[in-house]
Design a protein around this ligand. Structure first.
Ligand SMILES: NC(=O)c1ccc[n+]([C@@H]2O[C@H](COP(=O)([O-])OP(=O)(O)OC[C@H]3O[C@@H](n4cnc5c(N)ncnc54)[C@H](O)[C@@H]3O)[C@@H](O)[C@H]2O)c1
Length: 360
């Protein structure tokens, strides 16, 4: 596979199979610092991190490995403070380059650590999940969760380098593929009809699909880095309903499946608002249903509960991103979101419950 190099808002992205064990990786890292702190969860350390750290040391880079337990619950202020204290107690200071190797939990948590450690030190992201490669590691959002909600404390802080080596995906469990797939489909729907069309036949996420998704996220982020103009909201397509379903299902539904269902419901809304043609709505359903998503809801899901959860969602606040066609969102005068009538929302949720069955 050819190397793909992209520049996205102060980040140099290199996408290449085998890049982690190439001579070039050393050439890129060496000028950044003389001291590196490599962070990953213990699961990723076992699969990739420990071996890669030895490789880097053998190539005469001064790299120390720091690990923490895997899981979303680790993305919190306490874990960040404990890792910071480890760095400080071992004498690391302003000169350190922080390397975050892992999924979105790692790049969010460690990215935030890099943003505040000694008031900000160089950061390299190496995403190892499909979701991390196409979404979480791109775009400079870092942060942690609090008891009051997800991602409420954080910073916009760009990694100066992002290395994407798709060979690491060979060990990714199915459920993690599914979480990434939903985001890949989303990029096609919001920004690229050809990408969406290619998903009918090309499910080889090792190749062009990953770079196409990164380009789309990069283009959107470049235009609206701090979420000030509105365009960045289109990345939330499918997530207003998706987050509400995750909440009502008590997080037993995977994020990817919730977003897949969210995209179907928000496509229904787009169609019934007179924006998306019935033919395209049909096509979206066909493609999403052809992926291995478990599109089933439990009896916990009622119109009332989903409706209330939509209003609780801090990101969506009851607003929806709607498609005007496959590959394009309606701009709504630059806001890129709109409210829908309570009656239409009710009909859409009724349709969802009828379609995706209620299982006990
Ligand atoms: N900053 C952003 O713009 C942004 C965007 C989307 C999502 N996110 C965040 O990303 C997080 C979710 O990311 P995620 O789904 O990558 O979760 P994650 O980081 O928890 O990774 C999921 C699991 O996969 C394992 N894993 C990672 N790489 C692996 C590999 N190559 N092989 C086998 N197992 C591997 C991890 O150890 C973990 O158990 C959420 O916290 C979400 O808020 C951030």
């Amino acid at each position: 596979m050819q190397r793909v190099a992209l520049a996205i808002h102060h980040s140099e992205v290199i996408l290449e199979e085998g890049f982690l064990y190439s001579d070039e990786v050393i050439e890129v890292l060496k000028p950044i610092s003389t001291k590196f702190a490599l962070f990953c969860d213990t699961h990723v350390a076992e699969l990739i991190g420990s071996k890669w750290c030895i490789y880097l040391n053998e190539k005469e880079l001064d790299v120390s490995l720091f690990t923490f337990p895997p899981g979303e619950h680790e993305k919190n202020r306490e874990r960040k403070a404990s890792l910071e204290d480890q760095l400080l107690s071992q004498g690391f200071g302003r000169e350190v380059c922080i390397v975050a190797l892992g999924g979105g939990v790692t790049t969010d948590l460690i990215g935030f650590l890099a943003a505040t450690f000694c008031r900000g030190v160089p950061l390299v992201h190496i995403p190892t999940t499909l979701l991390g490669m196409v979404d979480a590691a791109i775009g400079g959002k870092t942060g942690v969760n609090t008891p009051f909600g997800k991602n409420l404390i954080g910073a916009f802080y760009s990694a100066q380098n992002i290395f994407i080596d798709p060979t690491v995906l060979s060990t990714l469990p199915t459920q993690e593929w599914i979480n990434g797939m939903a985001e890949v489909i989303k990029y096609g729907l919001i920004r690229s009809q050809p990408l969406f069309a290619s998903l009918k036949t090309d499910r080889n996420f090792y190749k062009s699909v990953i770079s196409e998704c990164i380009s789309i996220k990069g283009e959107v982020v470049e235009a609206d880095f701090n979420e000030s103009t509105g365009l960045r909201r289109i990345l939330n397509f499918g997530h207003t309903i998706g987050h509400a379903l995750e909440h009502v299902e008590n997080y037993t539904l995977s994020h990817g499946e919730a977003v897949a269902m969210g995209m179907l419901v928000e496509s229904y809304l787009s169609h019934h608002m007179g924006l998306l043609s019935s033919q395209e709505f049909e096509e979206i359903q066909q493609i999403i249903r052809s992926f291995p998503f478990q599109l089933t809801l439990s009896s916990r899901v009622t119109i009332e509960k989903v409706g209330s959860a939509i209003l609780l969602d801090k990101k969506g606040s009851g607003q929806f991103v709607l498609l005007e066609k496959i590959g394009s969102c309606h701009p709504f005068e630059g806001k890129y979101t709109t409210q829908v009538s309570p009656m239409l929302l009710q009909n859409a949720l009724q349709w969802m419950i009828e379609e995706f069955g209620v299982i006990e």
